[in-house]
Design a protein around this ligand. Structure first.
Ligand SMILES: Nc1ncnc2c1ncn2[C@@H]1O[C@H](COP(=O)(O)OS(=O)(=O)O)[C@@H](OP(=O)(O)O)[C@H]1O
Ligand SMILES: Nc1ncnc2c1ncn2[C@@H]1O[C@H](COP(=O)(O)OP(=O)(O)O)[C@@H](O)[C@H]1O
Length: 293
């Protein structure tokens, strides 16, 4: 169901409008949205807002129920105000979504595969990059198109401005999640390989994609094994206190609770080999129909 949102500014004295809700208390001036259901008359609603003297309309946009349109005419709220400001600056509001003339299913047909995101999470040294590499190779051999976004690599370019403090890791993951979503939309099997230590950040990335298209793969490898591998010598530096906030040492890692694939380190050469782990992921994709158009 579609609806109409009228963007408006509110002067310092806020009066309650019949049918629009709100309260008669004094509040600071602010911008926000007045939302109406699709069944109501857009011109009439705008007139009502103008005549109210309590709001100054700025623009009107169509919104869907997914954009949290509610049917009970909520008035401007502090929440609206917060969402519409970025670092204190007013967020651009003259942005319109353009539909493409070629849809996702056309691209799936062309590539004979369904775009999705394989999100590989785990401690440093757990084998994320190795599995990502084995997976892209095995899929390539089957004629499937993949692209890998490796945390280490993306931090050399797009995310070069980010550190390892919690909020920067969150931003790192958010950006990679958004880029991965674009690849999946193109029809590519996008392999994202990064520590992504926080459950909430991974769940945010999951929520960007249609149901089923986010395949979370957990490298379930004990810290002691990762530390004994230590290919870059980073654990040694972290233990010596020369790197602060190293995941697993003095920074948290939240293992997935409910992910699609768990690749458990067993110590057994065959089941723990990168090739076998890649095959496990491929079986999952095959069963879910991602390797056909
Ligand atoms: N403080 C700290 N904590 C964890 N890792 C660190 C840190 N500093 C540098 N490195 C190296 O950076 C790689 C992890 O980058 P990611 O982008 O995957 O990390 S995160 O998802 O933002 O947490 C990670 O690479 P991998 O070993 O491939 O996981 C490390 O080599
Ligand atoms: N399944 C595996 N069995 C044994 N060693 C592995 C396995 N996967 C990766 N390794 C080794 O462990 C080290 C870390 O692997 P890497 O893929 O770089 O991990 P991550 O990307 O999670 O940091 C590398 O030296 C790699 O050769």
């Amino acid at each position: 169901m579609e609806g109409l949102a009228i963007r408006a500014s509110r002067p310092s004295i806020f009066c309650s409008l019949p049918g629009l809700g709100g309260d008669p208390q004094r509040r600071p001036p602010a911008d926000g949205f007045l939302k109406f259901p699709a069944s109501s008359n857009a011109a009439e609603n705008t007139k009502l807002v103008v005549n109210s003297g309590s709001f100054h309309p700025i623009s009107a946009v169509n919104v869907s129920t997914q954009a949290s349109l509610t049917a009970d005419f909520p008035a401007l709220s502090e929440t609206n105000v917060k969402e519409e400001r970025i670092n204190g600056e007013k967020k651009a509001d003259n942005i319109v979504w353009h539909e493409s003339s070629i849809c996702r299913c056309d691209r799936q047909q062309l590539l004979q595969q369904k775009g999705c995101v394989i999100w590989i999470t785990g401690l440093s040294g757990s084998g994320k990059s190795t599995v990502a590499c084995a997976l892209s190779k095995a899929l390539f051999e089957r004629g499937k198109l993949t692209y890998t976004l490796d945390g280490d690599n993306v931090r050399h370019g797009l995310n070069r401005d980010l550190t390892f403090k919690a909020e920067d890791r969150t931003e790192n993951i958010r950006r990679i999640g958004e880029v991965a979503k674009l690849f999946a939309d193109v029809g590519v099997i996008c392999i994202a390989s990064l520590i992504s230590p926080y459950r909430r950040d991974r769940d945010e990335c999951r929520s960007l994609l249609p149901e089923g298209d986010f395949v979370e793969v957990f490298m379930d490898v004990p810290l002691s094994v990762c530390e004994s591998r230590d290919p870059k010598g980073l654990y040694k530096l972290a233990r010596a206190g020369k790197i602060k906030g190293f995941t697993g040492i003095d920074d948290p890692y939240e293992a997935p609770l409910n992910c699609e694939v768990v690749l458990k380190h067993t110590g057994d050469d065959f089941s723990s080999s990168p090739r076998q782990m890649a095959e496990n992921i491929i079986s999952y994709l095959q069963n879910k129909g991602y390797l056909e158009g």
